[in-house]
Ligand binder design. Sequence first.
Ligand SMILES: *[C@@H]1O[C@H](CO)[C@@H](O)[C@H](O)[C@H]1NC(C)=O
Ligand SMILES: *[C@@H]1O[C@H](CO)[C@@H](O)[C@H](O)[C@H]1NC(C)=O
Length: 307
Amino acid sequence: MTIQKLPFLALTCFLGALASAQGSPPRCLNTLAYYNPTLRTGCFNATWFILRVPKTAVQSIVPSDYPLITPPESLFPNGFPADSHPVVVNCGYMNDIRQGPLQIQALMGAGINVPYVDRLRDGKTPFNYPCRTFIGGVNGKDISAVVPALVGSTQGNSILVASFSPNDGPYAALASSPNEFEAQVRQVILPNPISGPGIVPAAFDLDFTSASPAQYAEDTFRALINQPTILTNTKCQRNTYYFNQTFRESVMRTGDATLYGPARMGAVPAELDNRYVEQGGYSASSVMVGFNAEDCASAGANVDPNA
Ligand SMILES: *[C@@H]1O[C@H](CO)[C@@H](O)[C@H](O)[C@H]1NC(C)=O
Ligand SMILES: *[C@@H]1O[C@H](CO)[C@@H](O)[C@H](O)[C@H]1NC(C)=O
């Protein structure tokens, strides 16, 4: 410790005390970085929706080598339409992303995933097939997401750069209706901050309120979210989301998800283009531990049952 650093430390302590004295908003804390110093970790404050999508449409966006597995009835005690398969869309704010000495203060993240995909063709081990994965910068800094997006692509994830609304939190209340929330994701194809707007086709919008009663249990969301992801390089990856923190503030939701396909100049596959109304959702803060890519059989066998 050099003497020159002391005034700086004193100042940050003072500002920290001032912020908490004024009642700073709740923060999504990366409480698992300390225990997983070599892995990617972050705190994800997000909303997940389970969409009921016709099975034929879902199978057409998943590689035909991988059949769909029917989800266990125990997760859907009120039933799930027999001709449909769940598709999970999520959108949120990822805070304090760390891996060893690297840190990204915050990113926006969203995805469209198909759970219960039979990657091992054993008829039972469920995997997530990532149909679309988007990341974007916070506070209007779209371009800041380009570098992490490229890093992800080289590791077997194809990650697309997107702009988010809002981009300083997971969702925003409508001015006209404070108990109704919205989040929008648009893929950035040609960012053009200097001479005008770029091409930013819509991916999806979420529009929701709190649900009572909930359509699905929290455990159902966790079971779907925590299935290992199928990568493009023959490997798989566990991104485990823990919802056991005191600040998780989980709320069950009901609402509409609008997915925009090419006919609407959108960025999602035509087979998913639809307004899915009155679907079941879940908003919560979770702490994510992202493991390195591994053999799919071991990823499937090592899913943490406590997540
Ligand atoms: C998560 O985001 C919502 C919406 O902005 C906010 O109300 C909540 O306090 C946030 N939670 C945390 C832990 O940051
Ligand atoms: C949450 O679960 C993780 C993984 O099992 C564990 O390391 C952590 O201590 C748990 N946190 C709390 C607050 O229970």
